[in-house]
Design a protein around this ligand. Sequence first.
Ligand SMILES: [Zn+2]
Length: 100
Amino acid sequence: MENHDEDVLAHLLRRAEETAGTRESKLLQDLTVILQAAAAGHTMVLRCAWCERFEVEGEWVSLGAEEVKLGKLADAVTHGICIDCFRGIEPPPRSSHGED
Ligand SMILES: [Zn+2]
């Protein structure tokens, strides 16, 4: 049996310790709790399909490339789009005067 999910969570907690006292640390800890609950089927985690960040308390938390191989946690992830990417891919507003 693979323990990759636990590796991911352990890595998150390690990063949270490394950044202790910062906002990022708090979000990483919260993300760990959310991922654990999600893996247990209690909730879903929203992830931006463009930049691959996770939503935590309305903020978007980035994980490194090695963390995103999420074992069975992947089943608990639902994909959406964060506001930054949404703004980036949003088409420019059309002129209502048809200047083309
Ligand atoms: Zn994004």
